[in-house]
Ligand binder design. Structure first.
Ligand code: HEC
Length: 221
C-alpha cells in the first residue's frame, strides 16, 4: 500500500477498512433525520404565512369591495376641492339595471307581470299616476288586494325596498327614484321622471311603517 500514490482518492477508498466505511455510513445515516426535520419546518412556516396573507386579503376585500356595486361611486360620491363632482349615473341606466336585477323576477323584464300573481307595470295606473303613491309602494311595500287595469291581484305581497324598518333591500332614495323613473318611461309608459328629492320627501314624511294597502293609498293624493 505504501508504494501506491496516497493522494489518489480511488486508491484511498479501495484501502478503506470495514470500520471506516461503517463510520462513514453511520455519519451519513445519523445526519438524515436532522435534515428531514429541517426541511419540514419550512412548509409549516409558509403555511402560516400564506394563511395569514389569505386571511388579510379576504378581510381587505370584504372591507373595501363596496359589495362590488358598480354604482357605489355615485352613491358615496363626494367632490374634493378643485375637482368637479363625479358625473351622476344616468337614472335610466341605473334604474334599468336594478329593475332587471330585482323587480323583473316578479314583474318580468317586459313589465307585463305574471297573470294572477304579479301585476303588470306596463300601462298600470299605479305606475303612471300619482308619484307619491308609487313612491310609497316601493318604499314600504304593498299588501292585500290591488286592482291593476281592471284585474284584482292579492295572491302575493310587494316587498319593502326603502331604507326603512323591516326592509330586506335598504335601497337609497336615489336608487328608488332611478327605478321609478325607468318604469315610468318603459314598457310603453310615458310618465315623467321621479326625482330623489321627491322620494326623500315621502321617506321623511312617512318614516318607518307597515306595508300599504291599496285602499289606504287610494285615499292619499
Ligand atoms: C317578490 C316579487 C316582487 C318584487 C321583487 C317586486 N314586486 Fe312589485 N309587486 C309585487 C306584488 C305581488 C304586487 C301586488 C301586491 C298586492 O297584491 O297588494 C306588486 C305591486 C307593485 C306595484 C303596484 C301595482 C302595479 O302593478 O302597478 C308597483 C308599481 C310595483 N309593484 C313596482 C315594483 C318595483 C319598481 C319593483 C322593484 C324595485 C318591484 N315592484 C319588485 C311583487 C313584487
Amino acid at each position: 500500500m505504501s508504494d501506491l500514490t496516497p493522494k489518489d482518492p480511488r486508491v484511498e477508498q479501495a484501502g478503506a477498512s470495514d470500520e471506516s466505511l461503517q463510520a462513514a455510513h453511520e455519519k451519513l445515516l445519523g445526519r438524515k433525520p436532522d435534515d428531514g426535520a429541517h426541511y419540514k419546518m419550512l412548509p409549516l412556516v409558509l403555511l402560516f404565512v400564506f394563511s395569514g396573507l389569505i386571511f388579510y386579503a379576504g378581510t381587505y376585500l370584504n372591507h373595501y369591495s363596496a359589495r362590488y356595486d358598480a354604482t357605489v361611486f355615485d352613491e358615496n360620491g363626494h367632490s374634493t376641492k378643485g375637482v368637479t363632482a363625479m358625473a351622476k349615473v344616468d337614472p335610466m341606466v341605473l334604474g334599468k339595471k336594478n329593475f332587471e336585477l330585482v323587480c323583473a323576477t316578479c314583474h318580468q323584464v317586459t313589465g307585463l307581470g305574471v297573470p294572477g300573481v304579479y301585476p303588470p307595470l306596463a300601462e298600470s295606473e299605479w305606475v303612471n299616476g300619482s308619484e307619491e303613491r308609487l313612491i310609497r309602494i316601493v318604499l314600504h311595500g304593498l299588501k292585500g288586494p290591488v286592482s291593476v287595469k281592471g284585474t284584482v291581484y292579492s295572491a302575493a305581497a310587494m316587498p319593502v325596498f326603502g331604507k326603512v324598518a323591516g326592509s330586506g333591500y335598504n335601497w337609497s332614495d336615489d336608487k328608488i327614484a332611478a327605478v321609478l323613473t325607468y318604469i315610468r318611461a318603459s314598457f310603453g309608459n310615458k310618465a315623467p321622471a321621479v326625482t330623489s328629492e321627491q322620494v326623500a320627501a315621502i321617506h321623511a314624511k312617512e318614516g318607518d311603517r307597515k306595508e300599504w294597502s291599496a285602499e289606504e293609498l287610494s285615499k292619499l293624493p
